[in-house]
Design a protein around this ligand. Structure first.
Ligand SMILES: *Cc1c(COP(=O)(O)O)cnc(C)c1O
Length: 387
């Protein structure tokens, strides 16, 4: 057995276990169904909780390896791999709420999460209240007798606002409310919400966990009983992953600690560089002393992540021409891959919702998700595109 206290770098290599064969690289299990060798074995497997070899919507040996590994990285007992980050988030939320329940969530969430709360849940009689995540007292004030769930996400898109996970988790626990934290931006290398008292941790594994912009997946981690309960709903909702995606994810996960450490360093150095540039009026990065969440981030995170955003002095026109003039950084949505991705925030979200969500969302806002190119080359690219 692997020592669960060993370093994330070691967990990323060995945390999935050795498997039942002598393969050193993990085999990809593509079979949709599994043979039973006796009537008794069939009966047993058909009624098991989370069987690895029964029917692949219920479980899959390659998928199970990813689940063990990511659960270990998050300091959790168990995990459930899903078809996407949104698959993990919606399956988790839908399995926790019923008609008449109330959810407290943040004004600033990933767009899909905001839409789940605003468009889908009300159709099933689930209400919600959105709060400013930087104001812990606002979470307390939003609680109603029927509040069942709090949805958290930190740092959040696009201005990297920080939620006090320990304070909000303690508040929720004292009132019998379940907490779910989206840990995508931080990754388990920089932040472990479970250790801060959060019940369930979700990820878009499409981002840092996969790390190579070549797969779509999501995962939810927590105590075994909670994850088993989510699984029993997940097999009905059908947001399951598969052996091939799981294999790619395992391959990416081996280098997660190294990639994230490097992305932390590069993002901090680029954030510092941009702060001094005359065409940049503001930089949002929790690693900068000027960021409103800096002290809190220093307490609850081990690194500040690879995503930053900044305001171009010349507004939307300046931001758009900056993005077009970049040579190395690629204009695309998503984050967490080996290549640096950049996007003008106002062009991604034109539905007008967002100004409401955060006062800091200005027309010249640009999001930069740093990859693994050499920081000097990236700095030169930013310099020449800023002009
Ligand atoms: C991308 C993302 C999601 C959604 O994940 P998908 O894998 O695209 O479904 C959820 N939360 C955050 C913070 C994300 O960045």
């Amino acid at each position: 057995m692997l020592d669960p206290d060993c370093d994330p770098e070691t967990l990323a290599i060995h945390g999935d276990g050795r498997g039942e064969t002598t393969d050193v690289g993990p085999p990809i299990h593509l079979s949709s169904t599994y043979r039973a060798d006796s009537a008794e074995a069939f009966e047993q497997i058909a009624s098991a909780t989370r069987p690895e070899r029964f029917y692949s919507r219920y479980g899959n040996p390659t998928v199970a390896r990813v689940e063990r590994l990511v659960a270990g990285l998050e300091g959790c007992e168990a995990a459930l791999l899903c078809a996407s980050g949104m698959g993990a988030i919606s399956t988790t939320v839908l399995s926790l709420v019923s008609a008449g329940d109330h959810v407290v969530a943040q004004r600033s969430h990933y767009m899909g999460t905001s839409r789940l709360l605003a468009e889908l849940l009300p159709r099933f009689g689930v209400a919600h209240t959105l709060v400013d995540q930087e104001d812990t007292a606002a979470f307390a004030a939003a609680i109603r007798p029927e509040t069942r769930l709090m949805v958290l996400e930190t740092p959040s898109n696009p201005v990297l606002a920080v939620t006090d996970l320990a304070a909000v988790a303690a508040l929720a626990r004292s009132r019998g409310i379940v907490t779910v934290a989206d840990n995508t931006f931080a990754s388990p290398i920089n932040q472990r919400p479970r250790a801060l008292g959060v019940d369930l941790v979700v990820h878009s594994a499409t981002k840092y966990l996969g790390g190579h912009s070549d797969l779509v997946a999501g995962i939810v981690c927590g105590d075994r009983a909670r994850i088993d309960a989510i699984w029993s709903q997940a097999i009905v909702l059908g947001a399951c992953s598969n052996g091939f995606e799981a294999f790619l994810l395992l391959r990416g996960l081996r280098t997660l600690p190294l990639r994230v450490q490097r992305q932390n360093e590069t993002a901090l150095s680029l954030a510092r560089y941009l702060s001094t540039h005359p065409r940049v009026t503001r930089v949002h990065y929790p690693g900068l002393e000027s960021h409103p969440g800096h002290d809190l981030a220093t307490r609850q995170m081990r690194g500040f992540g690879g995503v930053l955003s900044f305001e171009h002095r010349d507004g939307a026109a300046g931001a758009r021409s900056f993005v077009e003039r970049l040579r190395l950084a690629t204009n695309a949505v998503s984050l967490g891959g080996v290549e640096t991705l950049v996007a003008h925030v106002g062009s991604m979200w034109e539905d007008g919702l967002d100004q409401e969500r955060h006062a800091a969302m200005t027309p010249g806002l640009v999001r930069l998700a740093v990859g693994l190119e050499h920081p000097d080359d990236l700095r030169r690219d930013l310099a020449s595109a800023l002009g």
